[in-house]
Design a protein around this ligand. Sequence first.
Ligand code: TYD
Length: 432
Amino acid sequence: MNYDAIIFDLDGTITESAPGIMKSAAYALEKMNKPVPGEDVLRKFVGPPLHKSFMDFCSLSDDEAAEAVGKYRERHTVVGWKEANVYTGILPMLLSLKKNGAYIALASSKPQPLCVKTLEYFGILPLFDKVVGPDYQNKSGEKEFLIRNALPEKYQNACMVGDRKFDIEGAKKAGVTAVGVGYGYGSREELTLSGCDAYCETVEDLSSLLLENAPRAKGLFITFEGSDGCGKSTQLNLLKDYLISSGARLTVTREPGGCEISERIRSLVLDVKAMGMTDACEALLFAAARSQHVNDVIKPALEKGNIVLCDRYVDSSIAYQGGGRGLGDWVRVINEKAVDGCMPDLTLLFDLNAEEALRRRTSATGADRIESAESGFMTDVYNAFMALATEEPNRIKIIDANGKIEQIESRVRQMVTEKILTLSIAPEKTEG
Ligand code: TYD
């Protein structure tokens, strides 16, 4: 790698945080009965120290600017800090840097506790060796000193990555390479005029610069399983939104289906008009659809380093066809070729009590062919899922699906974040 120590700015480099910052600056000015400038001016608040921005862009006096910063924080510390997202591609880049042993730190003009809270909210705090920012009292938070403070004791080549001239100037004064990024809030002109040593237009360009020739972290395969009506699809969508806001590159798919050929098999296998279908035919069709899906969608996405979220996978076959239809271990045999070595890193098994699951199924309209099976079938499916979880406790995690949606959502988030960090950071297994 080109650099063994990388210091990042936060706003405009890791997080797209303009909406919360701009709304909070406008709120402060309104509260002080000062004119609120247009969006073009409010946008300039992203990056530089707030106190200076209120003086420079809104002509406030030193004392007024101090009051404005207080009002700004009233709003920003409650809601504004969450009105943000991590730029797409930042998560896999950080994971790859970590995997290659880089030292990663943050040097931001934002108060340090807020930087920590933000990184924690998006699940990426554990990837940072150090988080440096001014305390709430420090008006200026000179970038040079923040950068010096963020550097490790020993390093060979360090760089500072930022989107504004303050980052570039600070890097130069601190004696490290200055990398400007064009996807944030500064222009290419601003960054080159302030003398950046390298310029990256996109997150992908930045990844290529920082990770040149270094191996990238692998993708992560997460499946969602459970009996019909367990609420897994709702949770999958919530996790999808969260991971997107955390800067992941995602592939979201489902079984049976997920690609053209497999979607055609899906219509057949779930068709209520296909009532004469034998159990073996059903099991083979699910396996056939899976084989194509693994080849066309899952493997290519994992190779690109994406996180793959899949609604149902091979465990559904083991539970529904193996358990529910009573086909037993033969289902595992036919699926060996279908999954072709591609097993999930994490399977979330949603466990809903039997009465509630039955209530949801009977109140839902338009049951498919599988859901129309007699009631004992679902008990067998449930028992088979639970047996699988006992068999593979490291991969399959049971999620209690009986609580409120938000409670279940936070359990899912916690489990997935932990898995992303541990699996992606773990050194590659070597033969022998
Ligand atoms: P779907 O409408 O996707 O239901 P759900 O939202 O519950 O996932 O239909 C998929 C149905 O197919 C569901 O009843 C489970 C069943 N199924 C199997 O029986 N075996 C399998 O291998 C898979 C993937 C699904």
